[in-house]
Design a binder for this molecule. Structure first.
Ligand SMILES: [Zn+2]
Length: 113
């Protein structure tokens, strides 16, 4: 296991690299080198991982000084994250290496009772 930058977990990073729209609404990522934040699905150039910051609302990202991306318009996606930043395992390839050692998270789509 490599020591990686902690600000973005592997599931989030994969979503960014793969432009995975399934993660839209679960988090935004800001790129410190550009000062812009995006939806996970944004097709803009993949940033360097160490430059990525994860946000759970566009307010949070803007409060941190990031501007919404002109391509994916993250500011139009309104949601508030729930209490944790854990990404639900939408498919088998994500969620296995969740932070905090939690791998038994309930998928978001089934988290309501
Ligand atoms: Zn974008």
């Amino acid at each position: 296991m490599k020591t990686e930058v902690k600000n973005v977990n592997d599931a989030q990073w994969r979503a960014i690299v793969n432009c995975d729209a399934a993660f839209d609404g679960q988090f935004f990522y800001g790129v410190t080198s550009t000062g812009v934040f995006c939806r996970p699905s944004c097709r803009s150039r993949t940033p360097r991982r160490e430059n990525v910051r994860i946000f759970h609302s566009n307010r949070e990202a803007q409060a941190a000084g990031f501007r919404p991306c002109k391509h994916c318009h993250p500011e139009t996606l309104h949601f508030e994250a729930t209490d944790t930043c854990t990404i639900g395992p939408g498919d088998a390839s994500v969620g296995r290496d969740a932070p905090n050692g939690r791998s038994d998270v309930t998928p978001w789509s089934e988290s309501r009772q």
